[in-house]
Every structure is written in C-alpha cells, then in structure tokens.
Design a protein around this ligand. Structure first.
Ligand code: HEM
Length: 82
C-alpha cells in the first residue's frame, strides 16, 4: 500500500484543539481524532487531555481501552507515522 506520511512529535503537538485539529500518537502511529472527540464514550474533556501527545499514559490509567474494538476505532483515524 501507499506509505503514510511521517510526522515529528513536535508537529503532532501543534494539534491540540478542535480548531487546529486533534492529533494523538499510539506507539509509532499518528491519528487525527478530531471527528471522534464528540463520540467518545468517556467524554470530550477526558479525550482532549491526550491532545497533541501520546495516548499511553492515559490508557494506562483507564484499562477500559485494553480491548480490540477500541484499537479498531483508533485505526480508522490514522493519518501518519512518527
Ligand atoms: C471509554 C475510546 C481516549 C477516558 C472509552 C470507550 C471507547 C474509548 C471506545 C468505551 C469502551 C467500552 O466501554 O467498551 C477512546 C479513544 C481514545 C480515547 C479511541 C483516543 C483516541 C481517552 C483518554 C481518556 C479516556 C485520553 C482519559 C484521559 C475514558 C473513560 C472511559 C472511556 C474514563 C469510560 C467511560 C464510561 O464507561 O463511563 N474510550 N478513548 N479515553 N474512555 Fe476513552
């Protein structure tokens, strides 16, 4: 397949609000989750805590995300790699 574009963590960090779009990383993958923010079962304010950075520290605190179906949702928003 066509390779994903590569971004730096600094570029990801410039996407921290709905206006500038909301990006997060998980492992070495980059996701634009802007369109999921309002759909998040855990609420908008919680998911925005991870905006511009890594999901891992937050998901370590909320084990509800350790399920295949959560990763499937995330994959749908992939836009690049680190
Ligand atoms: C629940 C996805 C980020 C906190 C959920 C659920 C999904 C989901 C699918 C429901 C899981 C289930 O019940 O089977 C995501 C995705 C995220 C994300 C795709 C990032 C792109 C976060 C972050 C936090 C968070 C960063 C906390 C800072 C929660 C909480 C719940 C939850 C507290 C439980 C809500 C409840 O059942 O009352 N999330 N989440 N999530 N999420 Fe997230």
């Amino acid at each position: 397949g066509v390779p994903y574009p590569v971004f730096t963590r600094q570029e990801v960090g410039q996407h921290r609000s709905l206006a500038e779009r909301v990006w997060v990383t998980y492992g070495s993958e980059v996701f634009d989750i802007t369109d999921f923010v309002e759909l998040h079962p855990g609420g908008k304010s919680k998911i925005l805590l991870a905006a511009g950075g890594a999901l891992e520290p937050f998901w370590a605190m909320y084990a509800v995300h350790s399920q295949e179906h959560v990763l499937e949702i995330l994959q749908a928003y992939k836009v690049g790699e680190l």
